[in-house]
Design a protein around this ligand. Structure first.
Ligand code: INI
Length: 159
């Protein structure tokens, strides 16, 4: 019989780092609010949520790596916003953030949800920060909980 490995969205007992950027604060603060609210709704205790702010998206991988290597967190939510029209070095900043964050996951095995908006315009960023197109911080937080629950299930561990 096929054995389905399942996850859950029960955040009780999970320790989660939310790492966001000071850049584009008016957008990113909406992502952070969405993420922290979602973690709380899924049962993550306030004291188990650590909120860390770095200057910009380019700095996210370093802080995400430090958090992952610390052993203090079951999952990490990385949040930021890079807008092509406003960022002469968009491809470097956005590309390095994505590449750096995914390499932390591969190197450490700690799940990191990628909630960094990479948009062409400020309007598209606003749409994804809690208006027309949902809130990517909310979505990333739910993914972090789901992956933190899924990994022990894959390994056959109780979580
Ligand atoms: N950082 C961002 O997070 N978003 C941006 O849109 C952005 N722009 O426009 O340049 C940005 N730049 C700063 C970058 O992330 C670094 O903090 C900086 O290069 C110093 O390392």
């Amino acid at each position: 019989m096929v054995q389905k490995v399942t996850s859950s969205l029960d955040g009780k007992g999970l320790r989660v780092a939310v790492i966001d950027t000071g850049w584009n604060e008016f957008i990113v603060s909406q992502l952070t609010q969405g993420a922290i609210g979602t973690l709380a709704r899924h049962g993550v205790a306030d004291d188990d949520i650590h909120h860390i702010t770095v200057p910009g998206a380019f700095e996210l991988p370093l802080a995400v790596r430090a958090a992952a290597q610390s052993g203090r967190f079951d999952a990490i939510v990385a949040l930021g916003c890079v807008i092509r029209g406003a960022t002469p070095h968009f491809d470097y900043v956005a590309g390095e953030a994505a590449k750096g964050i995914s390499s932390v996951m591969a190197d450490t095995g700690v799940p990191v949800a990628f909630g960094v908006l990479t948009t062409d315009t400020i309007e598209q960023a606003i749409e994804r920060a809690g208006t027309k197109a949902g809130n990517k911080g909310t979505e990333a937080a739910a993914v972090a909980v789901e992956m933190a629950r899924l990994l022990p299930a894959i390994k056959g561990e109780a979580s």
